[in-house]
Design a protein. Sequence first.
Length: 95
Amino acid sequence: MLALVQEESRRRKFQEQRTGGFHVDDPEHGTGRRLLHTASFWGHLPLVSLLLDLGADPRQRDSMVTKFTPLDEAARGGEPQCCQCTARGGSSVYS
C-alpha cells in the first residue's frame, strides 16, 4: 500500500513539474468545479478519458450547493458513455 501511495505522489509531482504547477484536479475558483466536471457534463468522452488517465479524481465534488461529482454531471448532461467512463474511473475510450 505504501508503495502505491509513493508511486502516486511521484506521478503527481512529475505531472505538476511538467505543467508548471497545474494539475487536472485543480478546482475553479469559487465553484469548485474541475475540468472533469465540465467535460462530463458536455459529454466530451475523449477528454473525460484523458483527464481520468492523467489522474483526475472522479469522486471530487464541486463546492456549489449541489455538491455534484463528475458522474452526476455526466448524468445531468445525458451522456451514458461519459457516465460509464466516469464510473469506471477511466481506461481507454476505445476499449
